[in-house]
Design a protein around this ligand. Structure first.
Ligand code: NAD
Length: 353
């Protein structure tokens, strides 16, 4: 047996492959087994990554003693059951976002982790991007002053993943654009704020493009091709406002599809300066210099966020560090998402305890 941490990747679709490639760059780990219920995909990915141990049933992978830790890269509805089973089998778990379908499932995952005494890390990869690290430093060095508002925008013009497939089927995904992509930006914003606790939310979700199915012409989506016999019963747009007690607020707008320009950023407004992080390009600092309005671009070297994410997970599993994103932080995000969906369904502000 190798002296490296043996990793099993469960679900080898889009992100399972990304994880497998990222572990290959982590010296202390080795992917020793893959699992997927689709035999053709499993064999193709086995060949592609040069991995011979392939399982069609994740229970068999969990019973393999050469697997000490797993990456859970399956549709959202399977995050909780597979993570809980993995902890019961004594494995450390690297779990993709969203943590679960709802807060209750997220808490069950944390309980299983605690009972097993193993490591859980969530796949909040935006934190590992170099621009996020730049902003983290700007915040902790006091360059923004007191932060009182955050703006989260993650708007695609036409970007519904796998129309009619699991992404757009509520009982497999838990929701649409909100649970799929807002989760990344919410985590980034909260991480930058040292995880403020949300206390109330007023929000609305819409579904204006997906339900029309055959009128949705943008077929170059990932996780495709479209399945017109499938289901679309989730949101493709969401907007709202979140309170963090009397301390601060956050507005958000998120879309898989909308008739507006594509835009994606997290912006923090402080009383000394504001800062905007986009998906690429320099970090933009907006403030004053000697009493005059001043815009500053902060450059940074790019880095492979997934490689850093897997490195952090492996170090934590080996007892040499802390997980990069914790289950407790994931529970806060799931609580927020639950409240947003509830606020929309009931058309009122919902308080979060
Ligand atoms: N961090 C990111 O940037 C990012 C990007 C994409 C997806 N994700 C997340 O990763 C997860 C997977 O998304 P994806 O885009 O890779 O989806 P995908 O559909 O491409 O892949 C999911 C894979 O899981 C397999 N699967 C389903 N049930 C299984 C089971 N019981 N056992 C083993 N395998 C099973 C499917 O056959 C499929 O190959 C989702 O939760 C998604 O939100 C994260």
């Amino acid at each position: 047996m190798s002296d490296k941490l043996g990793i099993g990747v469960i679900g080898v679709g889009t992100i399972g492959s990304v994880h497998t490639d990222a572990y290959a760059k982590v010296e202390a780990a080795e992917v020793v087994a893959l699992c997927d219920i689709k035999p053709d995909r499993l064999e193709e990915k086995g060949r592609q990554h040069g991995i011979e141990t392939l399982y069609k049933n994740y229970h068999d992978l969990l019973a393999d003693p050469s697997v000490q830790a797993v990456s859970v890269c399956v549709p959202n509805a399977l995050h909780a059951p597979i993570s809980v089973d993995a902890f019961r089998a004594g494995k450390d778990v690297m779990l993709e976002k969203p943590m679960a379908m709802n807060q209750q499932e997220a808490m069950q995952i944390c309980q299983a982790r605690d009972a097993a005494g193993k490591v859980l890390q969530l796949g909040m990869v935006l934190r590992q991007h170099a621009n996020s690290q730049v902003v983290k430093d700007l915040v902790s060095n006091g360059h923004l002053g007191e932060i009182y508002h955050m703006r989260v925008v993650r708007v695609r013009r036409r970007g519904i993943p796998g129309l009619g497939g699991w992404f757009t089927t509520k009982d497999q995904s838990g929701g649409g654009a909100l649970i799929d992509i807002a989760v990344h930006s919410f985590d980034l914003a909260l991480w930058l704020s040292e995880y403020w606790q949300p206390t109330a939310v007023s929000a609305t979700t819409y579904a204006k493009f997906g339900p029309l199915m055959e009128d949705y012409h943008y077929t170059g989506m990932w996780a495709g091709p479209p399945d017109y016999d499938g289901v679309f019963d989730v949101d493709d747009y969401a907007t709202g406002s979140v309170r963090f007690g009397r301390q601060a607020t956050m507005s958000f707008e998120v879309a898989w599809a909308a008739n507006t320009a594509e835009e994606s950023f997290v912006e923090l407004l402080g009383d000394k300066a504001g800062v905007r992080i986009g998906d690429s390009g320099p970090v933009k600092l907006t403030g004053e210099l000697d009493g005059r309005l001043s815009d500053t671009s902060v450059q940074f070297a790019t880095q492979d966020g997934f490689q850093i994410e897997m490195q952090r997970f492996v170090e934590a599993a080996l007892g040499r560090g802390e997980p990069a994103a914790t289950g407790e932080q994931g529970v806060v995000i799931m609580k927020l998402l639950d409240a947003i969906y509830q606020s929309s369904a009931e058309a009122r502000e919902v308080t979060i305890s």
